[in-house]
Design a binder for this molecule. Structure first.
Ligand code: GSH
Length: 367
């Protein structure tokens, strides 16, 4: 066999929520470092909109996992790859590279789970255990799907929550400082790509131009509001005033009714401690990444325990919101932490923080 066996490549961004989920899955499944090429896509520079990346994943999102197809090793002129572009099942555009192949829609997390098991270590150089993360029964699998679907719904969108994490003038100033640099990077890439295509320096399809234009418009709309953040509302012209009002309304909905509903549903569906009680599953990987982002946006720190993050989260949502308090069975931690876990997400946070996969991905801080 050639010593340059094609490897899977994970295109990811170090501060992206859903990339974190893919990285944690690698850890949980015990893959060795040399089993995947990690390739950084700098979202703050808009690298995900470069034509080379769009050829892999037209939705321009990370994580994107490019995996060699089974017959890559056959004696053929061209290597065959497919791109898995979702951390959950979702209809996706298949890249040009693989268009000729009939590809099953498989999500990255499930793919990574199934590709390494106790029985099949065929493509692995690691001897670490490979626990199954996929539930064994229909009932458990339904609970996992419900949780994963909610976390990937528009109401729960962790990136949206980040960009609208300001419901008053003071927090708008802080938000602007934090996100303007990356929005500008994206704006620069998108507008220069459009100009180069207009000047025929690069030839791209109509579909790519439409994507660039749509993303540029959305980025500029947000920038308009954020670049005015330092001004008091009274000093804004009528249009800027109306845009700010609209922004606060969207932020209020996202951090109010929408997030409350998401949190209540998660709390209802989870068995607790993890989604399926003691088994750490694919749903927990999604939840670990999502919750970490929401905790970070609510002012949480890596040192906070479950009790503290729930308090911070409830206060950040405001309006007297409280997660349902119910006894969660977690005898070991009760003894160690000295108190019972009350909310399911409190118990989940305390448990997930102790996992090597979480520690490794978030060792530099929450994001
Ligand atoms: N549905 C996709 C969503 C992936 C996604 O939204 N990724 C974000 C980073 S966490 C992204 O790539 N955003 C592109 C951008 O900001 O331009 C999945 O589940 O993987």
């Amino acid at each position: 066999m050639p010593d340059t066996l094609p490897k899977a490549a994970l295109y990811y961004s170090p501060l992206s929520v859903w990339s974190a989920v893919a990285l944690m899955t690698f850890e949980e499944k015990g893959y060795a470092k040399d089993e995947v090429d990690l390739r950084v896509v700098d979202l703050a520079k808009g690298e995900n909109y470069n034509t080379s990346f769009l050829r892999l994943n037209f939705k321009a999102t990370v994580p994107t996992l490019v995996v060699p197809l089974a017959d890559t090793l056959a004696d053929q002129a061209h290597c065959r790859y497919k791109a898995l572009t979702e951390t959950k099942v979702w209809p996706y555009f298949i890249s040009k590279l693989v268009m000729v192949y009939q590809i099953m829609l498989k999500e990255i997390v499930e793919f990574l789970d199934k590709s390494r098991s106790a029985l099949s270590h065929t493509h692995t150089t690691s001897s670490a255990p490979a626990p199954s993360l996929t539930p064994a029964t229909i009932a458990a699998s339904t609970i996992c799907s419900v949780i994963i679907d909610i976390l990937h719904s528009e109401e729960a969108n962790p990136n949206h929550l980040r960009y609208v994490n300001a419901r008053d003038e003071q927090s708008l100033v802080l938000l602007a400082k934090e996100v303007i640099p990356s929005l500008k990077g994206k704006q620069e890439l998108l507008s220069s790509s459009l100009s180069r295509s207009a000047a025929k320096e690069i030839i791209v399809s109509e579909r790519v131009k439409i994507l660039w234009k749509e993303k540029l418009d959305a980025t500029e709309l947000l920038l308009e509001v954020l670049e005015n953040a330092e001004k008091a509302t009274a000093d804004l012209d009528e249009k800027a005033k109306a845009d700010r009002k609209e922004f606060f309304k969207i932020a209020q909905d996202a951090w109010g009714a929408h997030l409350k509903e998401v949190l209540l549903t998660i709390s209802k569906e989870m068995v607790g401690l993890y989604t399926l009680a003691d088994q750490y599953s694919i749903a927990d990987l999604h939840l670990a990444g999502w919750l970490t982002r929401v905790v970070k946006l609510s002012g949480g720190t890596p040192e906070d325990d479950g009790r503290t993050i729930v308090k911070k989260l409830e206060e950040h949502i405001g309006d007297g919101f409280a997660l349902p308090k119910e006894h969660v069975k977690d005898v070991a931690r009760r003894e160690r932490l000295g108190h019972d876990r009350e909310a399911k997400l409190e118990a989940f946070w305390d448990a997930v923080k102790e996992r090597e996969s979480w520690k490794k991905v978030y060792q530099g801080g929450l994001f």
